[in-house]
Design a protein around this ligand. Structure first.
Ligand SMILES: C[S@@+](CC[C@H](N)C(=O)[O-])C[C@H]1O[C@@H](n2cnc3c(N)ncnc32)[C@H](O)[C@@H]1O
Length: 376
């Protein structure tokens, strides 16, 4: 280094400017490369989702403590109040999901050359088509998140969607985003437990229903499907993208068991079911099963690729959350929440690579026309 540069660097003001530019540049690059597609500072300054700043640390600690599960058993019956547990989970991670993944919290079957965003919309429109949604119809979106799917679906079909989510913070985000997208007249959002649909909607009947990667949170699939059955008109269709173990899952293979346990742990699931479980549940609820199909078998790009592509960026984000937490900008516990999401991502990727798990096993069912007489 030349003498002039060396002496300039000894100047306190030059040091300040160089340091400032370095830190700002570093953070800018980290943010640019990170999982976050929007400004993460906006949310982590005050709180994470619905959770007040001082509660994040306690929230993630108690979440982690909960998962001292036995291999292969999930947390199942030990979840005494699943909705509270799931609500806490979504309070912790909604901002991470939205800023890192987008407004739609699900995976998609993707063709080669297709953008991530286009594949997400195609996945959503496909489920709407499977229940025949069109103008003049009103269907329910079970576990609607912050409403990414409902906005894309109403724009594509002209039909009306009523979303339900357990998480109050998501209701607020969804309302804001629906307004910004100019689709308020075609959307409605309700906070409530989808295990209690008939109570929430008090005799209201819908022209169809769909669930995108949400029914996996139900403490009992038959009980959920029965609730959906209650709020549908006879002849209406219900389609769900379920998170399921595939036929390749071997309960005697420790790797398989650990991966599936990891998926349950990182995503607040009571267990990971099979397509046979769902078909049985649909029949027990009174539905006619129209067809089942694993959308993970479609497309040239595996669904888990989107997470793999973001891996390096996710590690940078991890460092960033640590720095933000250290300087007191993000609440204590923020990095632990991100650690949980990283672990979840690794197990989801493994589950996809081993083809033992699918997050998009489609099941389409119909409430029989004659059901009106049975119900009456
Ligand atoms: C993985 S997210 C999917 C969100 C949305 N379907 C999407 O694709 O963007 C699961 C959603 O299910 C909701 N959920 C989970 N359990 C629920 C329950 N018992 N009642 C209502 N919503 C629930 C969560 O609040 C969350 O919005």
């Amino acid at each position: 280094m030349s003498e002039r540069v060396m002496s300039a660097l000894e100047d306190k003001r030059v040091q300040l400017v160089v340091g400032g530019v370095g830190i700002t540049g570093g953070i800018y690059v980290a943010v640019k490369l990170s999982w976050f597609r929007k400004n993460p500072f906006k949310s982590f300054g005050g709180k994470t989702g619905a959770m007040a700043k001082d509660l994040v640390d306690r929230g993630i600690q108690s979440y982690n403590e909960f998962f001292d599960q036995e291999d292969g058993k999930g947390v199942g019956s030990r979840i005494l109040s699943t909705p509270d547990f799931v609500n806490k989970f979504y309070s912790l991670i909604t901002d991470f999901y939205e800023y890192g993944w987008g407004e739609s919290f699900h995976f998609a079957a993707r063709e080669k050359g297709e953008s991530f965003e286009d594949s997400i919309i195609r996945q959503e429109v496909a489920i709407a088509e499977n229940i025949g949604l069109k103008e003049g119809m009103n269907v329910i979106d079970l576990g609607c998140g912050v409403g990414g799917p409902m906005r894309n679906i109403v724009k594509a079909t002209g039909g009306k969607v009523t979303g339900i989510t357990i998480n109050e913070y998501q209701v607020g985000r969804c309302t804001t985003l629906n307004k910004a997208a100019g689709v308020e007249h075609l959307t409605e959002i309700v906070q409530g437990n989808f295990m209690d649909l008939s109570k929430v909607f008090k005799g209201r009947k819908f022209d169809g229903a769909y669930a995108i990667e949400a029914a996996c949170h139900a403490s009992n699939t038959t009980a959920l499907y029965k609730e959906v059955f209650q709020v549908l008109k006879p002849g209406a269709l219900f389609a769900s993208y379920e998170w399921l173990r595939t036929d390749k899952y071997d309960p005697n293979n420790k790797v398989h068991v650990d991966v599936v346990d990891g998926i349950a742990e990182g995503n607040a699931l009571p267990e990971v079911r099979t397509i046979e479980d769902c078909v049985k549940a649909a029949k027990a609820a009174g539905f006619e099963v129209q067809f089942t199909f694993d959308r993970a078998t479609l497309g040239g790009v595996p669904w888990q690729q989107a997470m793999k592509s973001a891996r390096r960026a996710a590690y940078l984000t991890h460092i960033l959350t640590g720095v933000l937490e250290f300087i007191g900008f993000a609440p204590k516990g923020t990095q632990a929440v991100h650690t949980m999401l990283l672990k979840a991502a690794v197990n989801l990727e493994k589950g996809g690579d081993l083809e033992i798990f699918s997050p998009m096993y489609l099941i389409v069912m119909k409430k029989p026309m004659g059901a009106a007489a049975v119900e009456a």
